[in-house]
Design a protein around this ligand. Structure first.
Ligand SMILES: N[C@@H](CCC(=O)N[C@@H](CS)C(=O)NCC(=O)O)C(=O)O
Length: 203
């Protein structure tokens, strides 16, 4: 049985959706980040970095395996289950590309935008607007792709599950920008039972 340590953030939800969609058996441990659960000694044994998500697989390759980083957990679950990758080699490469887009462009910039609005010591309107425009530029890339293909990598894949929590959180922004392809995709991905399960288990 896989053990997932998570919380209701993009990164936690992304890993949770991957497990729900993989069909693998897993249990969910929800951490309260505001209460500092991630810094408790028991959890530091799971992930010494003190961050979520983290996955423990008692039956990993060569024995018990611990893995952190939401994108890596997704790839691990996809490889272990044989699900969530497109069927062709070209599709798999496209899925990797869009998975990285979600984890290294869209999610971090959404986080920086949130920090500029709510957490930085000084609230500077010009900086908030800068972060918003950067984020919209990344969203525009996905919107353009989804004007050509049904899902980010053609077929549904882990790339869609990686991007979904970010787009879901920023839906108002996507609507304001009139990104119709992204909205169509958001509705389709969000209707999947696995996506809903992963969302509800982490939040
Ligand atoms: N790049 C990492 C980011 C992990 C991360 O920063 N997790 C945050 C929550 S989204 C966390 O655990 N923060 C708690 C802390 O830093 O104390 C991933 O994709 O998993």
């Amino acid at each position: 049985m896989l053990e997932l340590y998570t919380a209701g953030t993009h990164n936690g939800i992304r890993a949770n959706i991957a497990l729900a969609e993989s069909g693998l058996s897993y249990t969910v441990h929800k951490l309260n980040l505001s209460a500092g659960d991630q810094r408790q000694p028991d959890y530091l044994e799971v992930n010494p970095a003190g961050r979520i998500p983290a996955l423990v697989d008692p039956q990993g390759p060569g024995g018990a395996t611990r893995i952190s980083q939401s994108g890596a957990i997704m790839i691990y679950a996809a490889n272990k289950s044989g699900k969530m990758w497109p069927s062709s080699d070209a599709g798999k490469i496209a899925a990797l590309q869009w998975l990285m887009f979600a984890c290294t462009d869209a999610a971090p910039w959404s986080g920086v935008y949130n920090q500029a609005m709510n957490m930085m010591p000084e609230k500077v309107d010009a900086n908030i607007e800068y972060c918003k425009q950067r984020l919209l530029r990344w969203f525009g890339e996905a919107d353009a792709q989804l004007g050509k293909t049904e899902y980010l990598a053609g077929e549904i894949s882990l790339a869609d599950y990686a991007a979904y929590p970010v787009i879901n959180q920023r839906k108002a922004l996507v609507e304001e920008a009139g990104m119709k392809n992204l909205l169509r995709w958001w509705s389709k991905v969000g209707n999947r039972a696995g996506v809903q399960k992963g969302m509800s288990e982490s939040t």
